[in-house]
Design a protein around this ligand. Structure first.
Ligand code: MG
Length: 167
């Protein structure tokens, strides 16, 4: 078994859609980034890559690459889940925290879990919690949101390369 952790933050910007956990959430501004700026999906991607020893999101999806401009982060997550599988692991579970003063996250958790399901992480393997930052710091001032994720990977013996990745 291997564990991983991931963190991401993005700032709010007018004229952008707000996408978190693959769900478009009605809000007066969205998050700024090269891709769709889905901080939650990005934190999960980094947790998975870290656990599998496959680097980080900046290495796999460089923000200098026009292919990832406005990219759908759930599709990026789906390819990372596939990379993890090819490395010999399956995702046992992920657990996440989204820290945002607004919007409220709880009403969107089920839709987010369904989006992660489309990326190959089963519904029952996903935990998502929303937290405010009690009006403190950049999150408290509504300048942006942050997300944290941990994951557990388990070695599979029927991996495409025929064996779990060494150490
Ligand atoms: Mg990001």
């Amino acid at each position: 078994m291997r564990i991983g952790m991931g963190y991401d933050s993005h700032r709010f910007a007018p004229g952008r859609r707000l996408i978190l956990g693959g769900v478009e959430i009605p809000h007066e501004s969205g998050l700024l980034g090269h891709s769709d700026a889905d901080a939650l999906a990005h934190a999960v991607i980094d947790a998975l890559l870290g656990a599998a020893g496959l680097g980080d999101i900046g290495r796999v999806f460089p923000d200098t690459d026009p292919r990832w401009k406005d990219a759908d982060s759930i599709s990026m997550l789906a390819s990372v889940v596939e990379m993890v599988r090819e490395a010999g692991y399956e995702v046992s579970n992920i657990d996440c925290v989204v820290v945002a003063e607004s919007p409220k996250i709880a009403p969107h958790v089920e839709d987010m879990k369904r989006a992660f399901g489309r990326a190959g992480i089963p519904h029952e393997a996903v935990g998502i919690k929303g937290k405010s930052n009690e009006l403190m710091g950049f999150i408290g001032r509504g300048e942006g949101v942050a997300a944290m994720a941990v994951c557990l990977l388990t070695a599979i013996t029927d991996a495409p390369n025929g064996r779990p990745k060494e150490g």
